[in-house]
Each structure stands twice: as structure tokens, then as C-alpha cells.
Design a protein around this ligand. Structure first.
Ligand code: HEM
Length: 400
């Protein structure tokens, strides 16, 4: 597996992870760091075993930007994530600042406040759904989609009266990625955010935008552009990812009755383990996390050269039979509680505590309030979304 002619062609941009499972199984065993060709024809490495994915995510010789950005492999942005920009040094400095600025937003105190709001919000969505006259309601549009964006509004400090407007603006921005309309959508979002920053200046609170305004008073070079970029980063990192975990989690639980009944029997006692198992088996379905080597690295019998792109498949790592017994089965009682669903190392998901709380609140509330919940369509008939990270576009359910 070491010459260019033997390179494996990376599968299409948005593969169905289930179709890839047999391939990943062979790769983990035979070539956990395999030379591959990207959809654009560039050479790269695909990493599939738990041990190697974790090792490389924690290795400082790999970064999110290319050491010479103009030479970066044209890895399809749809396949992994947006191509990096700037030099590694800028990346490091920007990244350290981003983490520093966002740390207060995820403090235990703020998380407690958000979680109170969250419980009320979820109860409200469920009130609405359970009093509907329809026999079948859509859990996607009625709960999974609006909750994460509402939580990001609260995190940022968007006033309640603007939540709907913010959700609309951000949806437009996420759905349109190229062309004049996409540009207009980004401009509109930018103008809204700048207006919000200006309003906040006179009324600082315990939210991200207030944190950013305070940071600006200490460092005037921190401009609107950077502030808005940070907020958009949070939105992109924290919205679709959470929507899809709620969707996938619902499918995992409802496609086998015994899983759902076990949760219903003891929601508070079981929900934590259920959420971790959703995070393990429902890891982001894209090909993987993208990194570039910043120096030549000898690892597990291969030499990754400076500048090489490396795609780390969290999905494959989380199904590694070296780590998990019965790796493909959804089993919240499994003894192995570790997974890489929130990444690892320097870029470990900063919103993990918020995401976990959202999933816990949602699934505990569903189990308590609608124990008879069932899917109203076959799995194969569900409409799939064609946005940044895939997932389902509908979750038709009933409980009557
Ligand atoms: C990073 C997954 C929810 C904010 C990451 C990474 C993963 C991940 C795998 C690492 C990316 C990498 O190493 O390249 C998820 C999943 C979520 C979720 C599966 C939902 C269940 C959230 C939420 C927020 C958030 C709710 C915030 C509101 C971030 C940010 C980063 C990140 C800002 C970048 C961290 C860095 O580069 O240092 N997330 N995330 N995420 N996540 Fe999450």
C-alpha cells in the first residue's frame, strides 16, 4: 500500500458511513494509516484505527493549516471541512486566542444557567408537539432543529425577540455556500451581528458578545470582522452537529424497541450512557477531521511528509474492534466509555459540555413525556438533508 499506483481513491464527498464500514474494517487491520487519493486527485492519508486517530489528533506536528497554504491539497471542502487559511503560526496564535476568548462562555456557572433555559425550552417544544391535532408530528422541525440554534443565541447573548430572525439568517448562510446570494446572506448576517455588538456595548452581560466587547477594550485591533468570524465559527461548529446527533440518536433509539424501553424505564439513570453511545456510533459522518503535517513524521511504519494532508476518520476509530466489543451495536451498557466523537487534543470540542447537556435534556424529556414514541416512517423512506453535515431532514413520529 505504499506506491502512488496502489493509492486508494477516497470515496465520494458525502459517503454513507454504513457503506464504508467493511472497507474501514480492512483498513484498520491492514493499513491504519493508508495512502489515498482525494476526490480532487491529490495524495493524502486516511487514518482509521482508534489508536492512530487519537495519536495524530494529539500530535503537535500536525495542524489545521498547510505549512505552505498555496500548495494545500484540494481536498473537497464537502468531504471534510473548510480548507484552512493563513500560516501555521497565525493559525496557532488565532486558535489560542479563540480558545481563550471562548473559555468563559462554557464555564460551569454559565452552563447551569443555560441548562435551566434549555429545560424550559424543551418543555415548550414538547407542549407544542403533544397538543398538536395531527397524529404524526415532525420532531426535526419541532425540536431537533430549533433547540441548538436557540442555545447558541443564548450563549452569544442574542435577545429573545431576535431568536427567530437570527435562526433565519444563519440558516440562509448555512444553506448558501457559493455565489452572489451566499455573499448577500453573509453580508446580512454580518450587519445584524455588528448592530448587536453596538447595542451590547451599553448593556454588557454574561454572554459571548459581551466577552468579545470586553476583549476589544483591551485590544483595539480585535475588530468586527474577527468578532463576527468567531460567532459564525460557533454557529457552524455547534448547530448542525447537535441537530444531527439529536436526529441520529432518535433513530438509534426508535429503530429497536428494547433500546427505547430501557431508557423509558429509567430516563435519569440511563440518559448519560445513552448520550455517550450516540456520540460514539453517531460520530460526524463526513470523511473525517483534516490535518496537515508540519514536518516529516515517521509513524506506525509510514512516513508522512511535511505538507501531506491527513484525514482522521473519527467514525472508523469509534468502531474499532480493538477497543470496542460488538463495536457496531448500539449498547449504552458497554464497559468502554471512551470515544472520539468530540475530537481530541488541542481542538477538542469546546462546546462538548453544552452539546452533552442538550442531548441529555432532550432524550430524558422525550422518555418521560412521550414513552409511547415511535417512528411514523420506515428508516429508508426518511428524507435526508443536503446541508453541511448531512443528517435527516425530517423525524416523523407519533405516540398515540
Ligand atoms: C470542535 C464535534 C457541538 C463548538 C469540535 C471537534 C469535533 C466536534 C469532532 C474537533 C474538530 C477538529 O479536531 O478538527 C461536535 C459534535 C457536537 C458539537 C459532534 C454535537 C453533538 C458543539 C457545540 C459548540 C461547538 C454545541 C458550541 C456552541 C466547537 C468549536 C470547536 C469544536 C468552537 C473548535 C475547537 C478548536 O478548534 O479548538 N466539535 N461538536 N461544538 N466544536 Fe464541537
Amino acid at each position: 500500500m505504499s506506491t502512488a499506483t496502489e493509492r486508494l481513491q477516497l470515496p465520494l464527498a458525502r459517503p454513507n458511513i454504513l457503506d464504508l464500514a467493511p472497507l474501514y474494517e480492512v483498513l484498520r487491520r491492514e493499513a491504519p494509516i493508508a495512502p489515498v487519493t482525494t476526490p480532487a486527485g491529490d495524495p493524502a492519508w486516511l487514518v482509521t484505527s482508534y489508536e492512530e486517530v487519537r495519536l495524530l489528533l494529539g500530535d503537535k506536528r500536525f495542524g489545521r493549516s498547510h505549512p505552505n497554504p498555496e500548495q494545500a491539497s484540494r481536498i473537497s471542502t464537502a468531504a471534510v471541512q473548510d480548507g484552512p487559511t493563513g500560516t501555521y503560526e497565525t493559525e496557532e496564535a488565532d486558535h489560542a486566542r479563540m480558545r481563550r476568548l471562548l473559555t468563559p462562555a462554557f464555564s460551569a456557572k454559565r452552563m447551569r444557567r443555560l441548562s435551566d433555559h434549555m429545560e424550559r425550552l424543551v418543555e415548550g417544544y414538547l407542549d407544542e408537539l403533544t397538543t398538536s391535532d395531527d397524529d404524526v408530528v415532525d420532531l426535526h422541525s419541532g425540536l431537533a432543529y430549533p433547540l441548538p440554534v436557540a442555545m447558541i443565541c443564548l450563549l452569544l447573548g442574542v435577545p429573545e425577540s431576535d431568536h427567530e430572525l437570527f435562526a433565519r439568517l444563519s440558516e440562509r448562510m448555512a444553506n448558501l455556500t457559493i455565489g452572489a446570494e451566499a455573499h448577500a446572506a453573509r453580508e446580512e448576517f454580518f450587519r445584524y451581528m455588528v448592530g448587536l455588538v453596538e447595542t451590547k456595548r451599553n448593556d454588557l452581560g454574561e454572554d459571548v458578545i459581551s466577552d468579545l466587547v470586553r476583549a476589544q477594550s483591551e485590544d483595539p485591533s480585535f475588530d468586527y470582522e474577527q468578532m463576527v468570524r468567531l460567532c459564525v465559527g460557533l454557529l457552524f461548529a455547534g448547530h448542525e452537529t447537535t441537530v444531527n446527533r439529536i436526529g441520529l440518536g432518535t433513530l438509534f433509539l426508535l429503530t429497536e424497541r428494547s433500546r427505547w424501553e430501557a431508557l423509558v424505564a429509567d430516563p435519569d439513570g440511563r440518559v448519560d450512557a445513552v448520550v455517550e453511545e450516540i456520540m460514539r456510533l453517531g460520530a460526524p459522518g463526513d470523511l473525517g477531521l483534516l490535518r496537515y503535517a508540519h514536518e516529516d513524521v515517521e509513524i506506525s511504519g509510514v512516513t508522512i511528509q511535511r505538507g501531506d494532508a491527513v484525514v482522521l476518520s473519527v467514525n472508523s476509530a469509534n468502531r474499532d474492534t480493538e477497543v470496542y466489543s460488538n463495536a457496531e451495536s448500539f449498547d449504552p451498557d458497554r464497559p468502554e466509555r471512551t470515544h472520539l466523537g468530540f475530537g481530541h487534543g488541542a481542538h477538542f470540542c469546546i462546546g462538548a459540555s453544552l452539546a452533552r447537556t442538550e442531548l441529555r435534556v432532550v432524550f430524558a424529556a422525550l422518555a418521560k413525556r412521550v414513552p409511547g414514541l415511535r417512528l411514523a416512517k420506515e428508516l429508508g423512506e426518511l428524507e435526508v438533508r443536503a446541508t453541511l453535515t448531512g443528517g435527516v431532514a425530517e423525524l416523523p413520529v407519533s405516540w398515540r
